[in-house]
Design a protein around this ligand. Structure first.
Ligand code: 6GU
Length: 274
């Protein structure tokens, strides 16, 4: 996979040389190219921003440097291939594991992280016309505001890179990921343990050394329901009822969930005292 990042802070992307992404680059599985947006400015101060039309606080990134930068990156593609453009922004659609999977199937991603209040809208519209609507993704990594999209580029790249064939040592490692498709879909992973069997008077659950694979799988699923109830009750509420067996339903009831007429689960609301 090829990955280009256009940014006013190329140093911010240094972590792409480290760990899983760094190793994937060293092995030639990822071709990462970081570009300084200011290379495509022509004034003495390398200006990339200006005040917003209509007034208001903050600054907006100017369209001309972005246009020249993105044209140049796109033209560097071989045999007329076109990239997928990813624009990290707090007003984008939520970045999810499903989008990570989709992006991991594209051969070439170009990231355009904004600083300031965002990029002039015409830039996004221009490349949606040129590359296709489905080749431009405005993406947010959560409900909070960062000073810029560079940290989001690191987040998205790590989520995507570990899905590429041969990047994770063990392809099985994806299988039980929280949010991975399959029997544990939409459940958070429960607790994990390793040696020693006793640490500061704390042991490990007996079932994990029972050698009984069926019981271990069941315990893991119960723990996943427990953790999901505590940390992401919204995921239980939108759980597919067809994915729940009798034991699942019993566990959910024990965790305080009430089975609704459609088979879904809702929080049993304690009666309000008069
Ligand atoms: Cl992608 N960018 C910025 N600046 N803030 C964010 C974000 C992105 N996602 C959540 N907050």
């Amino acid at each position: 996979m090829r990955l280009d990042v256009v940014t006013i802070f190329p140093e911010y992307l240094e972590p792409l040389n480290v760990s899983l992404v760094g190793k994937a680059r060293a092995r030639g599985q990822l071709d990462v190219r970081v570009h300084d947006l200011r290379e495509w400015t022509h004034d003495r101060h390398n200006t990339v921003d200006d005040s917003p039309y209509g007034g208001g606080p903050g600054m907006v990134m100017k369209p001309e440097p972005w246009g020249e930068a993105l044209d140049s990156v796109i033209e560097s593609g071989t045999d007329g291939s076109k990239p997928t453009l990813v624009v990290p922004t707090p007003s984008g659609r939520p970045f999810t594991q499903q989008l990570a999977v989709e992006l991991s199937e594209r051969p070439w991603l170009v990231f355009a992280p904004a600083r300031y209040e965002g990029i002039d809208r015409r830039v996004i519209d221009e490349y949606a016309d040129r590359l296709g609507e489905d080749a431009v993704h405005e993406v947010s990594i959560g409900d909070y505001v960062l000073a810029g999209g560079e940290a989001a580029v690191l987040v998205i790249t790590e989520a995507v890179a570990r899905l590429l064939p041969g990047v994770l040592g063990n392809a099985e490692s994806h299988r039980d990921d929280s949010f991975a498709p399959g029997p544990m879909a939409d459940l958070l992973e429960g607790p994990v343990y390793t040696k020693p069997p006793q640490w500061r008077e704390r042991g490990i659950p007996d079932v994990l050394i029972s050698g009984h694979h069926g019981k271990v799988a069941r315990w893991r699923r119960d723990e996943a329901f427990r953790r999901t109830t505590d940390n992401r009750p919204d995921l239980i509420e939108r759980c597919d009822p067809a994915a729940l067996d009798k034991h699942d339903r019993a566990i959910l009831a024990a965790l305080g969930w009430e089975e609704l007429p459609d088979g879904r689960f809702g929080r049993s609301v304690p009666a309000v005292e008069e």
